[in-house]
Ligand binder design. Structure first.
Ligand SMILES: *Cc1c(COP(=O)(O)O)cnc(C)c1O
Length: 340
């Protein structure tokens, strides 16, 4: 029987046997009392890697981003993001719900904003205007086809934000994919951001878990916000153990996912019914067709699942559980799909 190949997202991975073993043997305690040694180990490990003072383990990247917005702003503030970013599009409007802030959007290059675009959106100091207080960038940009900001681009935005006294947050749900593409290390980000959100449940293959990084005062405030949002977890070391395993074992292989994504993109760009493929820099392939639902249905007929991302955009994401053999199978199926 053919197994289904799932390319909808890099969140579809299941914990491997050695990851499960690490979870089963994790040392546990009550993390609401700050007594889970494995959670602490994960928070300290990631903070050390990125050169930040402290970390906070959370159930999702939505929560780490939303805590960051809440901790960094006050009601009547305004934040600047790109129009395709996750914080604006896919977090249920949480910036308004939790933080009472408004939002202004850049029209970036596949989601990457530039200093002049940000500068244009900063509000002057009038009673009738909100107070611009924070900029959030996303690296890689999910909806931008996994597009990557270089270290220099991030640094330029950060320098500008600091000169305007704006907080700078990184939604780094896929920061390890970005660093892999850039051939850089987490320590190359030191000093650039006030806070960073890192997901371990995406390409790194943990079942659950994101970590928010920042200075001690910010993380202390964030712990309280995590609690009020319902994210205080108890023996969550069982999950943190999976994240530690993922960081130790699944970062170095991300380049395989990137190479496979490029092969998918090349095959897609040769098909007459594919109008355009966004440039592929990491593990996300977004392509334009006449009718994304029709494409998803046709591929589902060959046991390949993809994500209709808009009426005309389809997304494929490569990941830990998408093997070379599965790639060959997808390439064969695509090769036969001359028409739709
Ligand atoms: C997945 C993702 C998140 C967090 O999503 P959760 O499903 O809440 O963990 C945040 N930002 C980006 C760019 C993402 O792709």
């Amino acid at each position: 029987m053919a197994t289904t190949i799932d390319l909808r997202s890099d969140t579809v991975t299941k914990p491997s046997k050695p990851m499960m073993d690490a979870m089963v043997s994790a040392e546990l305690g009550d993390d609401v009392f700050s007594e889970d040694p494995t959670v602490k180990k994960l928070e300290e490990k990631l903070a050390a890697m990125f050169g930040m003072e402290a970390g906070l383990f959370c159930p999702s990247g939505t929560m780490t981003n939303q805590i960051a917005v809440k901790a960094h702003t006050q009601p009547l503030d305004e934040i600047i993001c790109d129009k395709i970013c996750h914080i604006y599009n896919y977090e249920t409007g949480g910036w308004a719900f939790h933080s009472g802030v408004s939002i202004r959007l850049t029209n970036g290059n596949n989601g990457r904003m530039t200093v002049p675009q940000i500068e244009e959106l900063i509000q002057p100091d009038f009673d009738w205007l909100p107070n611009t207080s924070m900029v959030a960038i996303e690296n890689t940009v999910n909806k931008g086809g996994g597009s990557v900001y270089t270290i220099e681009e991030m640094k330029a935005i950060s320098d500008f934000c600091r000169s305007k006294k704006l907080i700078i947050h990184l939604d780094g749900a896929r920061i390890f994919n970005a660093l892999t593409a850039l051939n850089k290390a987490p320590k190359d980000l030191i000093g650039i951001f006030d806070s960073i959100s890192v997901c371990i449940s995406k390409g790194l293959g943990a079942p659950v878990g994101s970590v928010l990084l920042g200075n001690k005062a910010f993380i202390k405030k964030s712990r309280k916000l995590r609690k009020v949002m319902g994210g205080g977890m108890r023996q969550s070391g069982i999950l943190a153990a999976a994240c530690i395993y993922a960081l130790d074992n699944n970062v170095n292989r991300l380049s395989d996912d990137h190479a496979r994504a490029k092969k998918l993109a090349t095959a897609l760009s040769n098909l007459p019914w594919v109008k355009q493929v966004l440039p592929v820099e990491t593990n996300i392939v977004i392509f334009e067709v006449e009718d994304s639902a029709k494409v998803a249905a046709a591929l589902a007929g060959s046991d390949i699942r993809v994500q209709p991302f808009s009426p005309t955009l389809v997304r494929m994401v490569t990941h830990l559980d998408f093997t070379e053999q599965m790639l060959d199978q997808v390439l064969q199926v695509l090769g036969k799909m001359k028409t739709l």
